[in-house]
Design a protein around this ligand. Structure first.
Ligand code: FE2
Length: 134
């Protein structure tokens, strides 16, 4: 169930790749905390930590896109904003209902699947664009 970074997810920009690895490791911390039956407090902390990290990562990625005048900026920013919105709904769900099987499924879909798709379909374009500018 754990996510794993592999070369297929490399966007070709070290700072972004390292942050993506950081997100994946925090998602794994979250999955681990839930599967170990850690208390709501503990899982809540990991979830908050992940949310903060993702927000910081998006800002860094957006700053990089602005620096290079990346053409797909608006589209990227819209996806990031939607993700943050969905993530906060997920957090609300957790705060109201705790750890449920629905939440685990949502995390799988909204975090793991979304991140993989976003990196492959969107973030890789940033790396390719920067390379072409250099
Ligand atoms: Fe992105």
């Amino acid at each position: 169930m754990a996510m794993q970074w592999n070369n297929n997810l490399s966007v070709g920009v070290d700072v972004i790749d390292n942050q993506h690895k950081g997100i994946i490791s925090r998602i794994n911390d979250l999955l681990h905390a839930m599967s170990q039956g850690k208390g709501k407090n503990e899982v809540g902390k990991v979830l908050t930590f992940l949310a903060d990290y993702v927000v910081k990562h998006f800002s860094a990625e957006e700053a990089l896109m602005r620096k290079y005048n990346f053409t797909g900026y608006a589209e990227q920013q819209a996806e990031h904003a939607q993700f943050i919105k969905d993530f906060s709904l997920l957090k609300n769900e957790f705060e109201t209902r705790g750890i449920t099987s629905t939440l685990v499924l949502q995390i799988q879909r909204q975090l793991c699947d979304w991140l993989t798709n976003h990196i492959i379909n969107k973030d890789k374009q940033i790396g390719a664009y920067i390379k072409q500018c250099a």
